[in-house]
Design a protein around this ligand. Structure first.
Ligand code: MN
Length: 367
């Protein structure tokens, strides 16, 4: 009986830590984690609970083999590493701090390694049961380190409630239009674009357009259509909100904190139609500074494959004219007023440094 308890208690403890840790991770996994720039070695989400379940079981059995022999000296070390293991869920997922998570997991690596050495001299089996755990931790340390290095140390994404709305189709076949997911964290574009601007522009302005779209589309002739088709079908307030959602989606998706050189295909098309990349930028900037009031400036591809610069007012979008938009700049005041006040030109100059040329290139259709 006592021997059974010596196994059961550690396993129950591991189970409690696992369940509590998972609870803390729930909202972060849904809202924050998907917005992080992660290593390409990151396994699918489902791998994590499976791996941890197995590892916690091994962890419990390992200390059980030592406790059942009456060897209590190692228990404190085991409990301590379990506590630090839980602390990692708190720092990384609940506090959403990749830096604090990295420090915690490095401490955990040391503790687990110490346990393996300590246990080896008492019962080799207890030691071996911990080896998969250590290997997994080293891998997790790399993943955590990658996230820290590539997302800024204090990366907190936009307020959870406004960040990700899953697209759902409910029983009445009503389509729910969702917020696009940002391919970077809310402060990834600092100092060129502040976290506050993302919070307002993406988190509040775009959210309002999405909410209005979902409200207005019900009962309209465009109900149930894809966003692109609503833009083409609607007029009045429904058009304004649907087009603003579509335009903003292209705008935010077309930004990157890690700008790469322009791909050759796009570069040669620009050189063909504008003479040079500098000429193109100059004409685009000119169009953006001279657009009166609110609107958008676009790089589009026409049906014949040629590129052109287009300006639209308010929610206007070249999508309605069967043109293929590659890139867009939002020149509504709400896009720049927090960071640049009335200086639209400064905003445009900063925006050039954030343009994701790979995305614009990928949108080109072969002609
Ligand atoms: Mn806007």
């Amino acid at each position: 009986m006592k021997k059974t308890l010596s196994y059961l208690i550690p396993i129950m403890l591991c189970f409690a830590v696992g369940a509590l840790g998972s609870y803390l991770q729930t909202s972060a996994l849904a809202e924050w984690y998907p917005t992080l720039r992660r290593s390409s070695l990151t396994p699918p989400n489902i791998v994590f609970p499976i791996a941890w379940s197995v590892l916690y079981l091994l962890m419990g059995v390992s200390i059980g083999t030592l406790v059942s022999r009456g060897d209590m000296s190692v228990v404190r070390l085991w409990l301590f590493q379990l506590l630090v293991n839980f602390l990692w869920s708190v720092t990384f997922f609940a506090m959403r701090s990749p830096l604090a998570g990295l420090i915690t997991i490095l401490v955990l690596d040391v503790l687990v390694f110490a346990y393996i050495i300590y246990a080896a001299s008492r019962r080799p089996l207890a030691s071996w049961l911990f080896v998969p755990y250590l290997l997994w931790l080293i891998f997790a340390t790399y993943l955590n380190g990658y996230i820290y290095k590539n997302n800024h140390s204090t990366a907190h994404a936009v307020q959870a409630s406004t960040l990700v709305r899953q697209t759902t189709i409910n029983h009445d076949k009503v389509m729910n239009y969702s917020m696009p997911t940002l391919p970077y964290s809310a402060d990834a574009l600092v100092p060129l674009m502040s976290r506050e601007t993302i919070n307002y522009h993406y988190g509040k302005h775009l959210q309002t357009y999405v909410d209005n779209l979902n409200r207005l589309v019900v009962g309209s002739p465009c109900e149930g259509m894809t966003l692109e088709n609503v833009v083409k079908c609607a007029d009045g307030a429904l058009f304004n909100n649907a087009a603003q959602v579509w335009n903003h989606t292209l705008f935010f998706d077309g930004l990157t904190p890690l700008q790469q050189p322009m791909p050759k295909r796009l570069q040669s098309a620009i050189e063909r139609d504008f003479g040079s990349v500098d000429n193109f930028k100059e004409q685009f900037t000119q169009a953006a500074t001279s657009l009166f009031g609110s609107g958008w400036v676009w790089l589009v591809q026409n049906n014949d494959g040629g590129l052109a610069i287009v300006s639209t007012s308010n929610a206007g979008t070249p999508l309605r004219d069967e043109k293929n938009p590659l890139l867009t700049l939002d020149v509504w005041e709400h896009a720049y007023y927090i960071d640049h006040r009335n200086r639209r030109i400064d905003f445009i100059q900063d925006w050039w440094k954030l343009v994701d040329w790979d995305k614009a290139d990928a949108r080109m259709k072969h002609s």
